[in-house]
Design a protein around this ligand. Sequence first.
Ligand code: MG
Length: 298
Amino acid sequence: MPLAQRKLVIFDLNGTLLLRSPSRAGARQIYLRPYARSLVAYLTHPDVRNWLDCMVWSSAQPHNVSQMVDRVFGAGEGAGKGPLLRAVWARDTLGLSRAKFHQKTQTTKDLAKPWGFFAPTNDPTKSAFPTHGPETTLLVDDSPLKARLQPWNHLCVAEYDATSRIRDLDAQVPDSSTSASGAKSQKRKREPSEEEEEEEEEAAATSGEPYDQTLLAVVGVFSHIRSVANVAAWMRSRGLVAIMDGKESESTESEQSDDALPSDPAQWFTSPRLLAAWAERGRAALRELGIDAASAIE
Ligand SMILES: [Mg+2]
């Protein structure tokens, strides 16, 4: 298959690539989602930069965005002048009124804005930018509401929250009865329901992976869309779910696979088998480039 044109990925920060500690605790800590380092190593690899453009779009305040971006993508990237990120956008790019800018309000990321930004212009500082649109773009964001104007360009991911972070810290402790793990477990706001525990167990059984592997799956999706001619059409035609089709036909227990698939394809990540299948693709893509798939809980 001939390679299609360049692609654009737009990253949300909080809940997608990282978790910020609550503000009441003084200076807010930034905790990276597992495999964030591998994701950034993938994005910065010369082979990937040949076909993939990246930017960040967050609804947080500009000074916080710059700090978070530096932490995830490397010092200096927060200013939005690269070398990796083509742009870094914060709350001031969401078109909010002055009052709403300072309030917690439901915001929308209208992809027409970045597409306009990347459109050809007479501005010499922008001349190196390729054109992007619905056929070439994925917004990676944990909030379905923010992407409601262009849902077929949205790669929705599960929110990385305090519970996910505690689960990942606990997974690091070999003996779950140690005091460190016990103390952390007490911080859980609530006990997981039986259903959630079953899901976690199934996820671990499917992949043998104790950590949140969302960002490995994101790498898997990126490596796949490289050769997809129309990203929005691929999403609309259940491309994210179709990865299981081959596996189902090979499987002798096809009933089980059916149960594991989400009824809404946009919620693909709720299926542990589907998430594990994309994470496996991500591992393969990293391996091919000689990048270590390390969870690196920090
Ligand atoms: Mg978010």
